[in-house]
Design a protein around this ligand. Sequence first.
Ligand SMILES: [Zn+2]
Length: 143
Amino acid sequence: MDNCKEIQSRIESFEHGNLSLKDEEAFTNHILNCADCREEMEIYYIILYGLDDDNEKSIENSSYSEYLDAFDFTGLVEQKLKDSEARCLFLRQWSHFTRVRYLFVTAVVYRVRYDKRRRKLHRYARHAKKVQEMYRREEKLKA
Ligand SMILES: [Zn+2]
């Protein structure tokens, strides 16, 4: 996802949070470094918010309302991109942490299962020995 047309076609998905983590990172990275796409994104928000007479959406998105009130769409786009970067970083760290924790939990679960199985085998072995001894004693008695 590196050409401008593709990036610009994803602005709406970005705004609605519908991009995958990987796509959002690529999207944000590109727009931060591409004046054309940034301008396109500003236009998108101008249409989305600027032409909205009753400003319903600006109230919904209160964290961006100061930009909207000032009609500062350059600032709005910058803030959105910054927020996206922070969100992506957080998700990356979080998913890494979850993966590590998952591996750890899995290892513990396997260990517990393994121990249980081993104890069971020990019990069987002891039981088998007892049975063997019992047979041996019976045979001795018979002899
Ligand atoms: Zn571009």
